[in-house]
Design a protein around this ligand. Structure first.
Ligand SMILES: NC(=O)c1ccc[n+]([C@@H]2O[C@H](COP(=O)([O-])OP(=O)(O)OC[C@H]3O[C@@H](n4cnc5c(N)ncnc54)[C@H](OP(=O)(O)O)[C@@H]3O)[C@@H](O)[C@H]2O)c1
Length: 325
């Protein structure tokens, strides 16, 4: 074990929400040799720079949590950037990791790889069985290519070079380091900001778009980091028992979902907002349900530790730290 703790580990995207949680968790486990570069120091779209980085650092393991990430508005407005940046980042990192002798790599994807009309809960087998949601198709195509990059390198070089590149697909994540931007954030940080602002201004009511009935799944980011490291550390024979060479990704979700209405109530309680919550039913609801089947990763021995109420309290504390009144 002590030799493992000396492994040189490169966490790509260490200032992002997931990458920073992975670094926190690795440090808590006693890993001391963690390599990082900010976006300004190393643009992962730049092939020559990524090659030079891997040649000089020669890490043993890589967590690939760097990506261009955004909500519906950003995905719709910048589709070229979403496909180009993500393909370049992951192609450069995976290929240069291989060339420099990295044996273990974990690629982080997303639940948007699954078809728009996938059955619920969405299982790993739903990949490539139907049309994607058009709003984030370019991003999803890049993420699917990332899974297939890992699989193809394993299939061609797994035996000859002893490489083992794995992929995890997180559900919606929230927690410290989230993006609380008023227009361009995911549902939980957006609700935290809205309920916080309503509390501070004594607003009598917060209006939520839609009927409140759609169901969504959320996972606290430290649970995602723990799952990532758990999956990376699994013996190959155990990982292989729940995956196939060309179906090698694992879903990582909370295991159950909540309605938007109960989410709004839970955020309101975490923030301490006393006013009323109402629903503007003239606004669209989106998909009725988005929920991942995480039974494979559960069978492998990982389950989440932080429930929604506890996670929201921690998230609100993080919001208050980063957004003082
Ligand atoms: N957040 C979620 O709900 C969620 C859900 C499912 C999957 N995921 C996946 O988890 C991974 C991490 O997401 P996250 O939420 O942690 O995103 P994030 O907070 O936006 O972090 C992404 C990190 O990647 C860096 N990065 C982006 N482009 C880069 C480039 N060209 N060169 C170097 N660094 C670059 C960013 O740096 P800058 O900020 O400086 O650009 C940032 O530090 C992604 O693959 C995402 O698809 C996230």
């Amino acid at each position: 074990m002590s030799s493992d703790l000396n492994q040189k580990i490169y966490v790509a995207g260490h200032r992002g929400m997931v990458g920073s949680a992975i670094v926190r968790n690795l440090q808590a486990q006693g890993y001391t040799n963690i390599v990082t570069r900010t976006h300004a120091e190393l643009d992962l779209r730049n092939q020559a720079a990524v090659q030079a980085f891997f040649e000089s650092e020669k890490p043993d393991q890589v967590y690939l949590a760097a990506a261009k990430v955004g909500g519906i508005y950003a995905n719709n407005t910048f589709p070229a950037e979403f496909i180009y940046d993500n393909l370049m980042v992951q192609n450069n990192v995976i290929h240069q990791a291989f060339l420099s002798g990295v044996k273990k790599l974990l690629f982080l994807g997303s639940s948007c790889i699954y078809p728009r009309l996938a059955g619920q809960p969405m299982s790993e087998d739903a990949l490539l069985t139907g049309k994607l949601e058009p709003t984030n198709e370019p991003y999803a195509i890049a993420k699917i290519a990332g899974i297939k990059m890992c699989e193809s390198y394993n299939r061609q070089y797994g035996q000859s070079h002893g490489i083992d590149y794995r992929s995890v697909m997180p559900t919606n994540l929230y927690g410290p380091g989230d993006n609380y931007h008023p227009e361009n954030s995911h549902v939980i940080p957006a609700l935290i900001r809205r309920f916080h602002e309503a509390k501070v201004s004594n607003a009598p009511e917060v209006v939520i778009w839609g009927t409140g009935t759609p169901r969504r799944e959320f996972l606290y980011v430290d649970d995602m980091a723990a799952a990532s490291i758990y999956v990376m550390q699994l013996d190959k024979s155990i990982y292989d028992s729940q995956t196939e060479p060309m179906q090698s990704h694992l879903n990582v979700g909370f295991g159950s979902d909540v309605t938007v209405a109960s989410l709004a109530n839970a955020v309101s309680a975490a923030v301490g907002y006393q006013g009323k919550i109402s629903f503007d039913t003239s606004k669209p609801d989106g998909a009725p349900r988005k929920w991942m089947d995480s039974s494979r990763v559960n069978h492998l021995g990982w389950t989440p530790l932080v429930n929604l109420d506890a996670g929201l309290k921690k998230s609100y504390a993080d919001f208050q730290k980063t957004n003082p009144i």
